[in-house]
Ligand binder design. Structure first.
Ligand code: UD1
Length: 364
């Protein structure tokens, strides 16, 4: 019997751990314990995902909340360590690239506990992104590195990680999407927002590089103002972005008639909104992958992506935060109706079962 502690802290983590928790529960040889670090804590950033995705209630919530990077990372480590000592698991499983990921991986490895990283090897090669630091460091101390796309392996090998630790299993976030797609059809979000399929664009924006710099944010909003003359924009606003908008006089005082600012959405409503959109504008990592599978054109308001397969095989284009480029790409997408997309290898709904099989095989 092995014991694994699964860690989740921020919104995208919940979507990734859902299929893993479900898969662990199928195997009697493995006991899974769920730790919520409390990095995200608002109901619409956390609880609604547990409800929508049927994730079991966490065994413990470390309730760390929002802090500076150093304080948040340190506080998670401080609160996680006694729990790890008490539980003494064989493995700690972390997902993605948020502060909770590196904090818990580092705490575990220092206690001699094996670390499993799901969604390893992605690289934007932009060390100004906090997530890039989290990715590189988590991968460097992990024992099992589960990758979502083939190029991730090259990144890891280049960093000196031994090949036998790397396993190409596919994408657990897409496991969740495929499982929930039918259920999301029942969402009333389009009716609630009084919109119809293909008559709106969906926007998400929360990267510090986009929202924490006033000039960049203003530039993006000028582009959005222009695009919204051609199509209605539905914008579920992340709390970081809400604060940034409230602090920005010019944006706060502008009337954007065709942009609908709404509260963050739960998983099923968000999936429905994305599936029926004519176009998605985003700076999220996960949404680049989800639109690839859904075949919805995606414009990424970033200078780079750590998920290149969404460009080579999917619908994604990178435009940075330049106003003209954002407008040009959005308008050209609105003119087109067919978008080629190929589903990347192993993005087939079975990634979590591959992960668990490899862990179990290793225990034999
Ligand atoms: C974090 C992740 C990011 C991920 C994103 C998904 C890191 C470094 N960043 O960014 O990779 O894409 O989550 O959402 O881990 N806040 C609330 N309520 C909440 C959570 C946050 O109001 O439930 C506000 C707080 O003011 C906080 C700010 O949002 O200061 C930012 O939260 P934080 O978790 O630090 O980073 P995110 O921008 O959410």
């Amino acid at each position: 019997m092995s014991k694994v502690i699964v860690v989740a802290g921020a919104r995208p983590n919940f979507i990734k751990i859902a299929p893993l928790m479900a898969e662990f529960k199928k195997h009697k040889q493995i006991e899974s314990i769920l730790v919520h670090t409390g990095q995200h804590y608002d109901e619409d950033m956390s609880k609604v995902f547990f409800d929508d995705l049927g994730i079991p209630h966490p065994d413990i919530n470390l309730e760390v909340g929002s802090k500076s990077h150093a304080e948040q990372t340190a506080e998670i480590m401080k609160r996680f360590e006694p729990f790890l000592k008490k539980e003494s698991p064989d493995f700690v499983l972390v997902v993605g690239d948020v502060n909770s990921t590196i904090a818990c991986a580092l705490t575990a490895v220092k206690l001699g506990i094996k670390v499993i990283h799901v969604e390893a090897g992605l690289r934007s090669f932009d060390r100004n992104m906090p997530e890039e630091i989290n990715r590189v460091l988590t991968d460097a101390i992990s024992d099992f590195l589960f990758i979502t796309e083939e190029r991730a392996k090259d990144n890891l090998i280049r960093e000196g990680i031994s090949e036998d630790k790397i396993h190409f299993v596919g994408n657990v976030m897409i496991d969740t999407l495929l499982k929930c797609k039918e259920k999301s059809e029942k969402s009333t979000i389009l009716k609630d927002l009084v919109i119809t399929p293909k008559n709106y664009a969906m926007l998400t924006l929360h990267r510090p590089s986009n929202v924490d710099c006033q000039d960049t944010l203003a530039n993006i909003f000028e582009a959005l103002g222009e695009i919204s003359k051609h199509i209605k924009i539905i914008f579920p606003v992340h709390p970081r972005t809400k604060k940034a908008i409230e602090a920005h006089d010019a944006i706060r005082n502008t009337q954007y008639d065709n942009i609908n600012f709404i509260d963050p959405l739960g998983y099923l409503d968000s999936l429905k909104l994305m599936s029926e959109a004519r176009l998605v504008l985003t700076d999220s990592g996960g949404i680049q992958e989800e639109t690839t599978v859904l075949g919805i054109p995606c414009i990424t308001i970033r200078k780079n992506t750590e998920r290149p397969v969404t460009i080579t095989q999917g619908t994604n284009v990178i435009v940075g935060s330049d106003k003209k480029k954002i407008i040009k790409e959005a308008l050209s997408k609105l003119d087109k109706s067919n978008f080629d997309t190929k589903i990347p290898k192993f993005w087939d709904g079975n990634a979590a079962s591959r992960v668990v099989k490899i862990i179990l095989d290793n225990e034999k």
